[in-house]
Design a protein around this ligand. Structure first.
Ligand code: SAH
Ligand code: SF4
Length: 339
């Protein structure tokens, strides 16, 4: 079993059912989440017998860092993790002036298979457990003093691994665990309407981002094969529901690929689609990956695209693709290892 799949109350119940003491769960939580001690042997206030009991029941930690690469500008660090079945996932630490963000993976591979993304190239290999998601952050936190934000923008479609992801979010948020405010947690999705509604009904109030990438259904289906199942209008309606329910602003991500989705008419169509929505649009220049012939949009094309959106009163941000030299776009490093 994986220890970091337990919320505090679940661990308390689990221990009590096994004739252990409820307060021992709090001790374990303190060691793990406050002191970042990831070895039972170093948890000095636990009895010898209890440590043996824990070792017999839990594989902890269940993942390990097997590679670490820093970008030339030192703003981005990519961590490769090996799981107990030798599969690999990655997480990225992104540093900017005002925040330190960890971008976590939710699946090994991805069922959505976007044609521009390395993670989707082999489809879904498997879901991660809550613990495997949470431990990505724990292991990085052992090396980094503090982080401010968590984003589900690594490998995988988080809403396709719904229960494990929701529990991981609860642990990130739980006071006795990571104690990170919901406002500092962001989930990015390719768009599954019924899951977006289910997420809205969880009362988690995290930030939600839709990877829209195209202003109409037809082009979107070309870029995101999974999108055939989900009409854009249904996805946008579910995003509206999310906004109504949580009062959190929603955001859209749009990867700009040369001559494919970056023309002036695409920008105008996108502006019309998102008119009157309280949202922001994050433009991401495409990061080239192996085996795909796409090119990144030219800078002046990106600027023109941005200006059209701004002229229609939309809020636009532009992600400078940090860490290009370390293959920072989702999944590139890990998929090289998942052979
Ligand atoms: N599966 C979810 C979660 C994050 S995917 C989603 O698609 O929203 C990882 C992120 O990496 C997404 O924001 C995606 O747009 C981006 N990404 C994937 N391949 C990329 C590439 N080649 N260049 C730039 N960004 C890429
Ligand atoms: Fe999956 Fe997101 Fe990559 Fe698309 S961009 S294949 S949804 S991880």
């Amino acid at each position: 079993m994986h220890l970091c799949s337990f919320l505090l109350q679940d661990l308390q119940n689990w221990l009590v059912e096994r004739q252990k003491k409820s307060y021992q769960a709090k001790q374990i939580f303190e060691w793990i989440y406050q002191k970042k001690v990831l070895s039972f042997d170093q948890m000095t206030n636990l009895s010898k017998d209890f440590k043996i009991f824990l070792k017999d029941n839990f594989l902890f930690p269940s993942i390990k860092i097997t590679s670490e690469v820093e970008s030339e500008d030192k703003q981005t660090k990519k961590y490769l993790f090996t799981l107990e079945d030798n599969r690999c996932v990655e997480a990225v630490l992104i540093m900017s002036e005002d925040r330190k963000t960890i971008c976590v993976s939710s699946q090994v591979g991805c069922p959505v298979k976007c044609c521009f993304c390395a993670s989707g190239k082999k489809g879904l290999l498997r879901n991660l457990t809550t613990s495997e998601i949470v431990e990505q952050v724990l292991l990085i936190l052992q090396k980094e003093e503090k982080i401010s934000n968590i984003v589900f923008m690594g490998m995988g479609e988080p809403l396709e691994n719904f229960d494990a992801v929701v529990k991981a979010i609860k642990l990130f948020n739980q006071e006795e665990a990571f104690n990170i405010s919901q406002r500092r947690i962001t989930l990015s999705t390719s768009g599954i309407p019924e899951k977006i509604i289910e997420l809205a009904d969880q009362d988690l109030n995290i930030n939600l981002v839709l990877s829209i990438h195209a202003p109409n259904q037809l082009l979107r289906e070309k870029l995101i094969p999974f999108a055939k199942k989900y009409p854009l209008v249904d996805i946008l309606n579910s995003m509206d529901y999310y906004f109504e329910k949580t009062k959190r602003d929603i955001a859209f991500e749009y990867i700009l690929i040369k001559d494919l989705n970056d023309t002036e008419s695409h920008a105008k169509e996108l502006a019309a689609l998102l008119k009157n929505k309280q949202c922001s649009i994050n433009l991401i220049p495409y990061n080239p990956i192996d085996m795909v012939a796409f090119k990144r949009s030219e800078t002046d094309v990106i600027n023109r695209f941005k200006q059209i959106l701004i002229s229609k009163d939309l809020v636009v941000t532009q992600r400078y693709t940090k860490g290009k030299d370390i293959a920072a776009a989702c999944g590139q490093l890990a998929m090289q290892n998942n052979v």
